[in-house]
Design a protein around this ligand. Structure first.
Ligand code: ASP
Ligand code: MG
Length: 414
């Protein structure tokens, strides 16, 4: 048997009882002869609570200190899980990201893994120990603790699976896999047995919260097979890999929604070459992740530019946007947070030009207005009012025949 990397999300380790259940699961896998490397997230909503504390002190907390604070969440869960295993008579040892050799760049709160120096883990495995690693964190070349961005534990797990050449990377969460829509909103969403990296990337980028985008990118680059499943059942989940079985290849695969973005409209932008380049390179310098961009036809040498970006970056970057807008001589800008993005994803779309029209008609029939549209070869996204989003997802999911039997997806949910 080889190395198995498992990752347990916040709900899976939310309390002492849950941690004991997870310890049993790890012990079972170890008893089957696997070398176990287990990545944990912070317990329950621990990270949110730490963020809240920081925000009570500062609207824009110092990034290095934020990483010191947030990395503490995973330290608690890793130590408790290791204790639980030791209590059961197993030889377990916990490592922080730094001790586990997760080397990152120095961009605090959004660090990227540049290298994994897994010697210490390998040594522990060779000594027959179960290794528990704190997810979501690493260390920079300046020896400062960094974090990988929210949801970053998935990336830790995939990076370790790649570095250790693991058989599989099992990501345990509170749903039984990847669904045709968020089963917490669409009760008859269907579980997908297999999803390609390409589709999973589009889904993760469009708000499907089940796996973090970075982790899927990493898995694709390094060919790590992910098995996404629930820690509350023994059911198999969804396997994410390069190619899927023919039966799974439908025209469309899933619908997702994203309510985390705001829409920014810049008015009266001078319409000359280089203006868009200037705006978006300045915005990139502020480390704002712009998603959709739409520019209107110009009138009298001026145009409007609309784009979407994470709401959570808006407070931090309001001043920067104001300055950028003034620098290029635009008339002003407005921010609208009451929007949501609906996306339809499917590899089958590549060869079927009719999907977009069908999606727009279904929304029109329901009286839902589309404010922005963007597409890739396997995705169509529409910005709608946030109050319309759940209805829009339901309608599109139904319209494209994605529904299955009522799911047992949220078995872990209270
Ligand atoms: N605890 C971190 C978060 O809540 C990382 C993770 O859960 O993956 O974002
Ligand atoms: Mg998570």
């Amino acid at each position: 048997m080889g190395i198995v990397v498992q990752k347990y999300g916040g709900t899976s380790v939310a309390g002492v009882e849950r941690i004991k259940v997870v310890a049993e699961r790890i012990a079972k896998s170890a008893a089957e002869g696997n070398d176990m490397v287990v990545v944990v997230s912070a317990m329950g909503k621990a990270t949110d609570e730490l963020v809240k504390l920081a925000n009570e002190i500062s609207t824009v907390p110092h990034a290095r200190e934020m990483d010191m604070l947030l990395s503490a969440g995973e330290r608690i869960s890793m130590a408790l899980l290791s204790m639980a295993l030791n209590e059961m008579g197993h030889d377990a040892v916990s490592f922080t990201g730094s001790q586990a050799g997760i080397m990152t760049d120095a961009s605090h709160t959004k660090a990227r893994i540049v290298e994994v120096r897994a010697h210490r883990i390998e040594k522990a495995l060779a000594a027959g120990r179960i290794v528990i690693v704190a997810g979501f964190q690493g260390v920079s070349s300046e020896k400062d603790i960094t974090t990988l961005g929210r949801g970053g534990s998935d990336t830790t797990a995939v990076a370790l699976a790649a570095a250790l050449n693991a058989e599989v990377c099992e990501i345990y969460t509170d749903v039984t896999g990847v669904y045709t829509a968020d089963p917490r909103i669409i009760p008859n969403a269907r579980k997908l047995n297999e999803v390609t990296y390409e589709e999973m990337l589009e889904m993760a980028a469009s708000g499907a919260g089940v796996l973090s985008l970075r982790s899927v990118e990493f898995a694709r680059t390094h060919g790590v097979v992910i098995h996404c499943r629930s820690s509350f059942t023994d059911q198999t989940g969804t396997v994410i890999k390069e190619e899927v079985e023919q039966v799974e290849k439908a025209l469309v695969t899933a619908v997702s929604q994203d309510t985390s973005e705001a829409m920014i409209r810049v008015d009266g932008v001078p319409d000359r070459p280089g203006v868009a380049a200037r705006i978006f390179s300045d915005i990139a310098k502020e480390r704002i992740n712009v998603d959709m961009i739409v520019q209107n036809i110009s009138h009298d040498g001026k145009t409007d530019l609309t784009f979407t970006m994470p709401k959570e970056d808006l407070i931090r970057s309001g001043d920067a946007i104001r300055r950028i807008v003034a620098d290029i001589g635009a008339e002003g800008f407005s921010a609208d947070s009451d929007i949501a993005k609906l996306s339809l994803i499917g590899a089958g779309m590549k060869t079927d030009p009719g999907v977009a029209a069908e999606m727009f008609s279904a929304l029109a029939e329901a009286g839902i207005n589309i404010e922005m549209i963007s597409t890739s070869s396997i995705r169509i996204s529409c910005v709608v009012r946030s109050m319309d989003i759940n209805r829009a997802v339901t309608i599109i999911h139904e319209h494209f025949g994605l529904a299955g039997e009522p799911s047992m997806a949220s078995v872990g949910q209270p």
